[in-house]
Design a protein around this ligand. Structure first.
Ligand code: NAD
Length: 494
């Protein structure tokens, strides 16, 4: 599959606008190292123009005041126009982010579209004026007054969405859906590694008939992000990326007191109990190792296995992983593609060296796969770790590297799971549903999957992290609330 996409414009104020400097970047396919396209590189001046457009559209445009149903109709057109371009978008996801065809189609694309649809439906179902209390109280002039209170949910204002490179299309839609459904105006800044998966959305948005300035895209790096997160005309930031940058963004946003929602990294634990279905656990263990070449925030990369079945688990896991085909993900038979860049591969290889030098037993992989010199490929790598204290069990690697750690009691497993600065996801494998539920309740993370869970994102429930994994939630009613203000109107009969 070849793909070539040339795009020379940002999307600002409902128009295609060339970046002020005219700068462009080449975009590389991480599997082939071939150039797949060119994208404009935004600057601070472009960010300034996008903020002005979004502010104007919020303060003077029809979008925030529009009747919910009318807004939902426009968003439905936008959603359906994206669906109509699915094949092209999936091919782009494969070529730009290195996803396998199956993952790009079912997870990056279908799951994000389900989420978008959920928000379109939610605004039609939801009550935005909610009755509070009704009371009778004495009037100043004698007699009695009938008083009442209502809560009114209103669009928050100008929102900025900043996204990571690993699931770019999905993450971009995860900002666009709720922000626009809530009636906010939005400026999206995608990751510099994956600009095309944002710009294609801009092109499609123009066809959907969004009012001018409601949705804007500015590409670029740190300086563009800094401008967007410090400008006083921006009201809210929805960020997905590393905890390190999340902390910087929170600091950047503090002087202007913006509302900040952060979806950050993870180092999630999967607990495999003595009574687990071992095949099912090992299969999930493999998927947590290899999905998106290990570049996933929710991947359960610490696998805590009861010591009585630890060797058996390792054998099964290695046998399953050895059957996986690594290569160009455009080939539908390929199970795992490359990392995003040479720099990311260097970082992951450094972690593997550290894993070895700190005395952990390397049981699978550890290097670059034979015959795959072109592209940023790396072997799925499994360590049998001596403890949870080792660097590779504590830091987010963002590559296909697993730590298997033994335990003897449930309490020990829960303590190890919680011994992390992160708290995004987790898993429990046991044939005893009650026991698994009890363990899940004691894990300090935003979500836990029992026996692998439903297998896909459920947009009706909130997603997010405890501790350094984030602040706030995406999806569900709570996800929409991130983009809403609440006003209380209190009145009484004259
Ligand atoms: P990153 O934090 O390096 O960059 C994310 C975005 O922040 C990019 O668009 C980048 O240009 C921008 N940025 C960098 N410095 C900035 C600044 N000072 N001001 C404003 N913007 C700035 O993350 P990454 O390497 O692209 O992605 C990997 C990380 O994202 C991992 O930690 C992963 O766990 C996390 N992630 C989290 C979720 C989630 O939902 N919790 C989902 C996907 C990825």
């Amino acid at each position: 599959m070849t793909i070539s996409m040339y795009c020379d414009s940002l999307y600002i104020g409902g128009k295609k606008i060339k970046p002020i400097t005219g700068a462009v970047q080449t975009v590389i396919n991480p599997a082939t190292e071939e150039v797949i396209g060119e994208a404009p590189v935004g600057t601070i001046a472009d960010a300034e123009a996008a903020i002005s457009a979004a502010r104007e559209a919020f303060d003077k445009g029809p979008w925030p005041k529009m009747e919910w149903r009318e807004r939902a109709n426009i968003l439905q057109k936008f959603h359906d126009a994206l669906i109509a371009r699915k094949t092209e978008i999936v091919n782009l996801i494969v070529a730009e982010a290195g996803s396998t065809v199956a993952v790009a189609s079912a997870m990056h694309f279908d799951m994000s579209m389900d989420g978008f649809q959920y928000f379109i439906e939610q605004i039609q179902r939801r009550e935005f004026i909610v009755p509070g209390s009704v009371s009778v109280h004495p009037s100043w002039t004698g007699g009695q007054n009938l008083g009442s209170t209502v809560k009114v949910y209103e669009p928050l204002g100008v929102s900025v969405g900043i996204t990571a490179y690993n699931y770019p299309f999905f993450l971009n839609i995860a900002k666009i859906g709720p922000a626009l459904a809530a009636g906010c105006t939005l400026i999206l800044k995608p990751a510099p590694q994956t600009p095309l998966q944002a710009l294609i959305i801009g092109e499609i948005a123009m066809e959907a008939g969004l009012p001018e300035g409601v949705f804007n895209i500015v590409t670029g790096g740190v300086e563009v992000g800094e401008k967007l997160t410090t400008d006083p005309r921006v009201d809210q930031i929805s960020f997905t990326g590393s905890d390190k940058v999340g902390a910087i963004i929170q600091a950047q946003a503090a002087p202007t007191l913006k509302r900040v929602a952060l979806e950050l990294g993870g180092k999630s634990a999967m607990i495999v109990c003595e009574d687990a279905d071992l095949e099912l656990a090992a299969f999930n263990g493999m998927m947590n190792l290899t999905n998106q070449c290990g570049q996933g925030c929710i991947l359960q990369t610490r696998q805590l296995v009861h010591n009585s079945i630890r060797e058996q688990y390792l054998e099964l896991l290695c046998a399953m992983v050895s059957q996986m085909k690594i290569g160009d993900p455009a080939d539908p038979d390929v199970d795992m593609g490359p990392l995003i860049s040479a720099a990311q591969r260097e970082k992951v290889l450094d972690y593997i060296e550290k894993g070895k030098s700190e005395g952990n037993r390397l049981v699978y992989g550890g290097g670059i796969p034979e015959g795959l010199d072109q592209g940023f490929f790396i072997e799925p790598t499994i360590f049998d770790c001596k403890s949870n204290d080792t660097t590779i069990a504590q830091e987010e690697i963002f590559g296909p590297v697993l730590c298997v750690i033994g335990f003897d009691t449930e309490e020990e497993a829960i303590n190890i799971a919680n011994d992390s600065v992160y708290g995004l996801s987790g898993g429990v494998f046991s044939k005893d549903a009650g026991k698994a539920f009890n363990i899940a309740k004691q894990i300090r993370t935003g979500g836990v999957l029992i026996n692998g869970g439903g297998g896909k994102l459920n947009p009706t429930v909130p997603f997010g992290g405890y501790k350094r994994s984030g602040i706030g939630r995406e999806y569900g009613e709570e996800g929409l609330n991130e983009f809403l203000e609440i006003k209380v109107i209190d009145f009484r009969g004259a």
